[in-house]
Design a protein around this ligand. Structure first.
Ligand code: PGA
Length: 258
């Protein structure tokens, strides 16, 4: 199997940005630009909880899919402030970002909770985008592979091969997120290839070859083509540049080109 047989996925991660009218405006601008990607590249906008219904209505009938930015692992109950997978599914949400480094850094997310959220999302029919990535000092200490292998093994613990194929892995080196510092295309390829080999060890080659692996971390209109041309980089998880329709579209078009 080669890259062309995997689903290319470009996902915007809006983080804590946009009110509902702003969300509608941005999606209305994105929709016509990316319409030609239909059937070639999966285009997703992961938006704040408050924007989900607006985003789903604004993108109805288009090829833009909507994702959430987090999900709780319990089905329901006394978890003030949390949102369940069933609540997202009922709204029409298809994807959910899990284990983003900002949640790991600022909100106590651990590999154990990432694993629980991933399993809850899959059980409810959501497709998880599971984020992994090393800190700068971990890269400097030359333990990037150990860190990534540990995250992949723990985050996907007890996830079946069939469910793993529905899961997207986003490689996001923490030092490259929102910093303007991008991993070079070679660095991104090296770690994405390592992630695939780790998946092959956990599952098997066919499963590893079927899983979409994204790069994220200051991907933008200028550097996207080089990153997305790499064999094991099947897409991107885009923060800052996903808030500008033209830039986001440039990245989608680069993915269409492969
Ligand atoms: P960035 O964010 O593109 O702004 O670096 C990426 C992400 O956090 O997913």
């Amino acid at each position: 199997m080669n890259k062309s047989s995997r689903k290319a996925i470009i996902a915007g991660n809006w983080k804590m940005n946009k009110t509902r009218p702003e969300a509608k405006e941005l999606l209305e601008a994105i929709k016509p630009l990316v319409a030609n990607a239909d059937g070639k590249v999966e285009v997703i906008a992961c938006v704040p909880f408050t924007n989900l219904e607006t985003a789903i209505n604004a993108t109805a009938g288009s090829n833009v899919k909507i994702g959430a930015e987090n999900v709780h692992f319990e089905k329901s109950g006394a978890f003030t402030g949390e949102i369940s997978a069933d609540m997202l599914v009922e709204l029409g949400v298809e994807y959910v970002v899990i284990g983003h480094s900002e949640r790991r850094q600022y909100f106590g997310e651990t590999d154990e909770t990432v694993n629980k959220r991933t399993k809850a999302a899959l059980a409810a029919g959501l497709k998880p985008i599971v984020c992994v990535g090393e800190l700068l000092w971990e890269r400097e200490c030359n333990i990037t592979e150990e860190v990534i292998a540990r995250q992949i093994k723990l985050d996907l613990f007890d996830v079946s091969a069939a469910d793993a194929k529905k899961t997207v892995i986003a490689y996001e080196p923490v030092w490259a997120i929102g910093t303007g510092k991008t991993a070079t295309a070679d660095q991104a390829e090296e770690v994405c290839a390592f992630i695939r080999s780790t998946l092959a060890k956990i599952y098997d080659n066919a499963t590893a070859e079927a899983i979409t692996i994204q790069y994220g971390g200051s991907m933008n209109a200028k550097n996207c083509a080089e990153l997305l041309a790499k064999t094991n980089v099947d897409g991107g998880l885009i923060g800052g540049a996903s808030l500008k329709a033209a830039d986001f579209n440039t990245i989608v078009q680069a993915a269409v080109q492969g």
